[in-house]
Design a protein around this ligand. Structure first.
Ligand SMILES: C[S@@+](CC[C@H](N)C(=O)[O-])C[C@H]1O[C@@H](n2cnc3c(N)ncnc32)[C@H](O)[C@@H]1O
Length: 214
């Protein structure tokens, strides 16, 4: 059994990235020959485990740096226990932010000898402010020609269970922002402004894949 298949066998019931999406991700990573991976938002670490498994099954070099909030370590299982179980910890560096990945990315940008990446899976915080600023920071860490895969292209405050259950937070937004699709707006406005090529969408996974100018 491949390491990829073992992720599904051991942790298929853990929330978020499904095997079909992980299979598409494997195609993208193998075709690109991506080695240095960045992930924004790991939650329990399931997508991180799939990416680490893809690297492990391919062999050779390859690692993932992934960022979430401190509280992500409170999940059961969490990213550490999942990666330990799969014997994939050597492939992944989880970073936990006290407040936001935006500050963790600032720390990486500030270090000229720090890691730089040829792929980013962006799956954390879908509001306009977080996504728009987040992709600008990610851009500063991506190598020329690097790939950026955006999740939740069809997310809106209006269709978010989290915001629907919290009207006091939702009321702080204008009606048109509540109805907007911020990740798609970033895809349509900010990323073209940065010169990114829209490679393709994967509607079945709510993904958009784009490429930084070479
Ligand atoms: C949908 S979950 C990620 C799922 C994971 N990629 C997977 O497929 O298994 C989104 C994650 O983004 C994290 N997140 C949201 N906003 C964040 C922020 N500003 N800083 C750090 N993490 C954030 C949340 O804590 C959550 O764990």
């Amino acid at each position: 059994m491949s390491t990829f298949e073992t992720v599904t066998a051991r942790f298929g019931e853990v929330p978020y990235m499904q095997e079909a999406a992980a299979g598409t991700l494997r195609d993208v990573l193998l075709e690109a020959g991506a080695t240095d991976l960045l992930e924004i938002g790991f939650y329990q670490g399931k997508s991180s485990a799939y990416m680490a498994a893809i690297l492990e099954d391919r062999g050779g070099d390859g690692s993932l740096l992934t960022v979430d909030r401190t509280g992500a370590r409170d999940h059961d299982p969490n990213i550490d226990t999942i990666l330990d179980d799969l014997e994939l910890s050597h492939r992944v560096t989880p970073l936990v932010a006290k407040r936001s990945y935006t500050w963790e990315l600032q720390r990486l940008i500030a270090d000229p000898d720090g890691p730089r990446f040829d792929f980013c899976y962006f799956d954390g915080g879908h509001t306009w402010d977080l996504t728009g600023f987040g992709v600008v920071l990610v851009d500063m860490l991506l190598r020329p020609g690097g790939l950026l895969l955006l999740d939740d292209m069809d997310w809106a405050i209006a269709n978010s269970p989290y915001y629907t259950a919290r009207p006091s937070i939702t009321q702080k937004y204008d009606d048109d922002e509540v109805e907007a699709f911020p990740v798609r707006l970033v895809w349509d406005t900010v990323l073209p402004h940065l010169g990114y090529e829209q490679v393709r969408e994967y509607p079945e996974h709510h993904w958009g894949l784009c490429r930084k100018p070479a």
